[in-house]
Design a protein around this ligand. Structure first.
Ligand code: PLP
Length: 443
C-alpha cells in the first residue's frame, strides 16, 4: 500500500465505479501496460497528473488542442458564453456564425464542398448521421469502409473484414448484430481494385463509401496519391456518396483539412474532386463536445426538418461549445499551421534519427502535421501491413518517454499530436528524452 502513487490510488478508485476505470478504452493503457496518468491540469503544451508531475503533451486531447491547452482567448470565450447560460435547447446566432466560418474555411478557389452543415456533439454522431443520410438519400443499404479506419463507435462502423475482398463484414464488437455488420463492406485501404470489385458486385446496393481523409487511427497513413479522387470518381459513377471523415484531420492538418491540402495541391495529384459529405469533430469544438457533418446542400436538406432523414440532439450546437469552436478557429491562422508543421518536422525527423541510431527498424508515417512511427522496415499501405510491425517495441519506448516527462499516445496505433504552444523549450524536452526511449525500444 505504501508504494502506491496518487495515480495508482485514483485508478483503483475509478475501477470500482467505472468499467475499467476509464470512460474511453484507450485511456486504460491496455496496450502499453502500467497505471494511466490521471490528469488534473492542462495548459499550453503541458499536462499535470494527480501526483503533480508535469509532462510535455503529445496527445492534445486526441487532437482538439491545436492552439495548446486552455488558450486564454478560448477560455475567456467559454466563460463569457457560460455566463449567458449553459444550454438553451433552441437556436443561437453563434451556431450560424460557426456554420459560416466552416463553409468559408473549407473552400479552395471556387470549390466549396460545404453547402450546409449540421452540428452534433461527437464525431461518432457525425459519421453515424452521415451514413444514415447517405442511405436515406440514395435509398440503398450497403456501406463501404476501409480496414483500420476508425469513424467512431456506431454499430455499422464497428465491423471487421471477413476473408476475401468484397465479402460482407462480421461484427467488430459484441452487441452488434450480424445483420447490421453484414451491411458494411470492409476493404483494404489504398486498394482501388478492391473498391472496383465491390462496386462490380454490389453496384445497386452501395449507398456510400466512408474514408478517413488521411488515415490516422492505425498509426498515421496518408492515402496513396490520387486515391481519394479515384474514390470520388468511382462513387459518382455508381450513384453512391463519398463521405470524407475529417473528424481528426479537419482544421488540424491545414485550414481546410486534408481535402484542402489535396484541393490546393499541397498534396500532389489529389486536386479536382469534392466530397459529397464531410464530417468534423475535435478541433471544431476547441476541446468542448462539438462535431458536425456538412456537404452538398441538396443532400443535407434530406435531414429533418426539411427531409425524411431524422437526426436530433438535446445538446447539439451547445452555446458554450460553439463559443469555444469559434474562438479556436478564429485563432487558427496561417502562423499556427506553420508552427504545427515545424514542430512535426523536427519531432518526426529527430525521433527517426534516435531510432536509427539504435538500429530500430521503423517507418515514419506522415500526413501533414500528423505523424507516428511503425516498427517495420517496410512502408505500410494498409491495416494488414501495419499489424505486421514489431508493435511490442512501442510500450518500452512509451514508458521511457513518460518517465522522462513526455506524454505520448498510449498506443502504437495512434497519431502524435503537436500544438502551436509547443515552443522551443517544450520541443527540446522531448528531444532530450528520445535517445533513452530509442534504447528502450531496441532492447
Ligand atoms: N472519426 C475519426 C477519424 C476519429 O478519429 C474519431 C475519433 O477519434 C471519430 C470519428 C469519433 O469521434 P468521437 O470520439 O468524437 O466520437
Amino acid at each position: 500500500m505504501t508504494n502506491q502513487t496518487a495515480n495508482d490510488l485514483a485508478f483503483s478508485r475509478a475501477k470500482a465505479s467505472i468499467p475499467g476505470g476509464v470512460n474511453s478504452p484507450v485511456r486504460a493503457y491496455g496496450s502499453v501496460g502500467g497505471t494511466p496518468r490521471f490528469l488534473v491540469d492542462a495548459h499550453s503544451a503541458y499536462v499535470t497528473d494527480a501526483e503533480g508531475r508535469e509532462y510535455v503533451d503529445l496527445v492534445a486531447s486526441w487532437g482538439p488542442a491545436i492552439l495548446g491547452h486552455a488558450h486564454p482567448a478560448v477560455v475567456e470565450a467559454v466563460r463569457e458564453a457560460a455566463g449567458h447560460g449553459l444550454s438553451f435547447g433552441a437556436s443561437t446566432p453563434g451556431e450560424t456564425e460557426l456554420a459560416e466560418i466552416v463553409r468559408e474555411r473549407v473552400s479552395v478557389g471556387d470549390q466549396k464542398p460545404i453547402g450546409k452543415i449540421r452540428m452534433v456533439s461527437t464525431g461518432t454522431e457525425a459519421t453515424m448521421t452521415a451514413i444514415r443520410l447517405a442511405r436515406g438519400y440514395t435509398g440503398r443499404d450497403l456501406l463501404v469502409k476501409f480496414a483500420g479506419h476508425y469513424h467512431g463507435h456506431s454499430d455499422s462502423l464497428l465491423a471487421e473484414a471477413g476473408s476475401g475482398v468484397a465479402t460482407l463484414a462480421l461484427p467488430g464488437s459484441a452487441g452488434i448484430t450480424v445483420e447490421t455488420a453484414s451491411q458494411t463492406l470492409v476493404l483494404p485501404y489504398n486498394d482501388l481494385d478492391a473498391v472496383r470489385a465491390a462496386f462490380d458486385e454490389h453496384s445497386e446496393r452501395i449507398a456510400g463509401v466512408i474514408v478517413e481523409a488521411a488515415a490516422a487511427n492505425m498509426g498515421v497513413m496518408a492515402p496513396d496519391r490520387g486515391f481519394n479522387r479515384a474514390l470520388s470518381e468511382i462513387t459518382r459513377r455508381h450513384g453512391a456518396l463519398l463521405i470524407v471523415d475529417e473528424v481528426l484531420t479537419g482544421f488540424r492538418v491545414g485550414s481546410a483539412g486534408w481535402w484542402g491540402l489535396e484541393a490546393s495541391r499541397v498534396v500532389p495529384d489529389g486536386a479536382g474532386w469534392e466530397p459529397d459529405l464531410i464530417t468534423f469533430g475535435k478541433v471544431i469544438g476547441g476541446g468542448m463536445p462539438l462535431a458536425a457533418l456538412g456537404g452538398r446542400a441538396e443532400i443535407m436538406d434530406y435531414l429533418a426538418p426539411l427531409g425524411p432523414v431524422y437526426q436530433a440532439g438535446t445538446l447539439s450546437g451547445n452555446p458554450v461549445a460553439v463559443a469555444a469552436g469559434i474562438a479556436t478557429l478564429r485563432l487558427a491562422d496561417a502562423s499556427v499551421y506553420r508552427r504545427l508543421d515545424e514542430v512535426a518536422d523536427v519531432l518526426a525527423r529527430e525521433t527517426s534519427a534516435a531510432l536509427s541510431a539504435e538500429g530500430v527498424a521503423h517507418s515514419v508515417q506522415r500526413a501533414g502535421n500528423l505523424f507516428s512511427f511503425a516498427f517495420t522496415g517496410e512502408t505500410p499501405r494498409n491495416y494488414d501491413d501495419v499489424r505486421a510491425q514489431e508493435g511490442w517495441r512501442y510500450a518500452p519506448f512509451f514508458h521511457s518517454m513518460l518517465d522522462q516527462g513526455v506524454n505520448l499516445p498510449p498506443s502504437v496505433f495512434e497519431a502524435w499530436f503537436v500544438t502551436a504552444a509547443h515552443d522551443d523549450a517544450a520541443v527540446s524536452r522531448i528531444l532530450q528524452a528520445l535517445p533513452a526511449a530509442a534504447r528502450a525500444a531496441a532492447s
